[in-house]
Structure formats: structure tokens, C-alpha cells
Design a protein around this ligand. Structure first.
Ligand SMILES: Cc1cc2nc3c(=O)[nH]c(=O)nc-3n(C[C@H](O)[C@H](O)[C@H](O)COP(=O)(O)OP(=O)(O)OC[C@H]3O[C@@H](n4cnc5c(N)ncnc54)[C@H](O)[C@@H]3O)c2cc1C
Length: 287
């Protein structure tokens, strides 16, 4: 498979309980059957999910699945991060999603550790491991909620790329124009790397609104109002949400997006319905 073929990937989070882990295994089996390029697994900043992320990643690796652990650096020391990277490298892992993360509430800035921003983590990984890891970073087509301005946020994105990121995965969004404008801005800055849209299936407006408020992702007003108007009619919400996301994905792929990264929320069904309707090809292969 050539490096510039579209990359379709699935994101998981580490379950909190043994029962959750058993459920996740079933979901992964179903998701893996369609042949995604890789699975990624989130990591709580300051090591808050460390052991659970390790366990989930180790299980994925045992299934022979190409796995990209997320690594959020805020709140961690260089020694801790070096230990985590060595742990993954020893398992033959070649892909990392390098992030700053957000400190859990209640932890003051004194707990911020040795890294302030994701570009410092990317620099550290390259200095310690050369080209061993394929590094993905986060991108925000609608801009990071803490950025003082769009221009500064783009400049900070550039720093991560220049530090050695190979590719980026975006925060989810429902406005394709924001994504294309972000690509234009990258081209103006001469940043030549794949920026893969992060896709959040829509199945439940309460959960989506809570999640979006927490991470600063935007649900456009027309979409929020339409979904709210459906009240408790989950079937209607799912059917409408599915169509909205299918249309979004089609626009993104037709406009040249280099793949799609699905936020599965550990549920195979909504992502697989999108995959099937979009007629996506399976595609494993070298990084
Ligand atoms: C695909 C994806 C996966 C994610 N996975 C996780 C996860 O597993 N665990 C987790 O905790 N969180 C995760 N997040 C959330 C992410 O950690 C938060 O959005 C966090 O607030 C920012 O992380 P970042 O890596 O984008 O940070 P950065 O790129 O460091 O940016 C953070 C903010 O600081 C600014 N900034 C960056 N560099 C500088 C600089 N050098 N000087 C001044 N300002 C700067 C940026 O403009 C931005 O406003 C994920 C997000 C995405 C999009």
C-alpha cells in the first residue's frame, strides 16, 4: 500500500472496569473486521489512565493490531515520558499520538510537569527515538478553545509540525468549510502533512453536547436545534445524525481529505454504519 492512500482509523478509550474491557474486545473484533489502518487509544493527562491505557494497548497488540497509543505530556516528567516511550517501543509500537492534554480539574499549574505544550513532546520523542515513531498530533480546524487568536493557534500548530510531526488528526467538527480553510492555511504556511479529519458519529444529543462543551468542539446551531427538536426519539436522532455525518464525510473525502479518524466511543455500531454507507475500503499496510 502506498503511503499516500487514505488512512481510515478508529479511536478507543481505555475501559474503567474488567466488564468494560470484555465489552470493548467484542467491539474491537467487529471494528477490526473491516480492516482499518490502525486503532488509537486515549491516555489521561498526568498519567490518570496510565495502567488502563497500557492494558488496552497491550491487548490490541496481542491481536496483531497496529496500535497508536495517545500520550498526553502535561503533568508528566521527562523520566516518566521516557519510560512510557521505552515501554511502547519494546512492544514494537511504531505510532504515537502526541498531545499536551488537559490537567484534571483540581490540579494546579504546579502539577504541570516538564512539558508545557505538545511541540515540546514531539521534540522530545524525536530527540530520544529518532524516526522510530510515526508521530500524529492534534489539529483544530475551528481552533483550540484556549488559543488567544486563530493566527496564534496556526502558528502553534506549525511549531508541532516543525518539531517533527508526520501527520495530524483533527478535533471533530460538523462544518466542512472550517476544515478546508484549515488546509488552505497549512498550505500557506507550507506545511505538507496529512491532516485527517476526526469524525464523531451522532447518536445522542445530550452526550454529544456534554462532550462538546468539555472539549470546546462546536455543534452548529442548526444541527443542535434540529437534534434537540427530536426530544427522546433516539431512532430519529440516529437516522438524522447518521445522514449528517455521511454527508460531511463525503464532502471531506471528495474535497481531498487524506482519510478519516473515527471517534468510536467504544461502540462499533455507529462507526460501522458510516463505514458501510460510505463504502470505505479496508487498508492495512506499512505506516
Ligand atoms: C485527535 C485528538 C486526540 C486527543 N487525545 C487525547 C488524549 O488521549 N488525552 C488527552 O488528555 N487529551 C486528548 N485530546 C485533547 C487535547 O489534549 C486537548 O485538546 C488539549 O487541550 C490540547 O492538546 P494539544 O496536544 O492540541 O496541545 P497543544 O498543541 O500544546 O496546544 C494547546 C494550546 O496551547 C497553545 N500552544 C501550543 N504551543 C504553544 C506554544 N509553544 N506557546 C504558546 N502557546 C502554545 C495552542 O495554540 C493551544 O491553544 C485529544 C485531542 C485530539 C484532537
Amino acid at each position: 500500500m502506498s503511503a499516500d492512500q487514505p488512512t481510515y482509523s478508529f479511536e478507543l478509550f481505555p475501559p474503567k472496569t474488567p466488564e468494560g474491557m470484555e465489552k470493548l474486545k467484542d467491539q474491537v473484533e467487529r471494528l477490526n473486521a473491516v480492516g482499518p489502518r490502525f486503532f488509537s487509544c486515549t491516555y489521561g493527562a498526568a498519567g490518570s489512565t496510565r495502567e488502563r491505557t497500557f492494558e488496552t494497548v497491550a491487548w490490541l497488540r496481542c491481536q496483531g493490531i497496529d496500535t497508536a497509543p495517545h500520550l498526553a505530556c502535561i503533568g508528566s516528567s521527562r523520566t516518566e515520558v521516557a519510560g512510557i516511550l521505552a515501554h511502547y517501543r519494546a512492544q514494537g509500537i511504531r505510532r504515537i499520538v502526541a498531545l499536551r492534554g488537559d490537567l484534571p480539574s483540581g490540579m494546579g499549574m504546579g502539577a504541570s510537569g516538564d512539558f508545557r505544550y505538545a511541540n515540546e513532546l514531539v521534540t522530545f520523542i524525536r530527540a530520544e527515538h529518532g524516526d522510530w515513531f510515526h508521530i500524529e498530533v492534534a489539529a483544530y480546524p475551528e481552533f483550540h478553545p484556549q488559543a488567544p487568536s486563530a493566527a496564534k493557534d496556526l502558528d502553534n500548530f506549525r511549531r508541532k509540525v516543525e518539531a517533527g510531526a508526520d501527520a495530524a488528526i483533527t478535533q471533530y467538527f460538523y462544518n466542512a468549510d472550517a476544515y478546508f480553510a484549515f488546509l488552505d492555511a497549512c498550505a500557506e504556511m507550507r506545511l505538507d502533512l496529512p491532516v485527517v479529519p476526526g469524525i464523531m458519529p451522532i447518536t445522542n444529543i445530550t452526550q454529544l453536547a456534554r462532550f462538546s462543551d468539555a472539549c470546546g468542539a462546536e455543534i452548529p446551531r442548526w444541527l443542535r436545534r434540529r437534534l434537540e427538536g427530536m426530544g427522546d426519539n433516539l431512532e430519529e436522532i440516529r437516522a438524522f445524525g447518521h445522514q449528517v455525518v455521511v454527508d460531511l464525510c463525503r464532502r471531506l473525502l471528495d474535497g481531498g481529505a487524506p482519510g478519516l479518524h473515527f471517534y468510536t466511543m467504544n461502540q462499533a455500531g455507529p462507526t460501522l454504519r458510516l463505514w458501510q454507507e460510505l463504502g470505505l475500503p479496508g487498508g492495512r499496510g506499512p505506516i
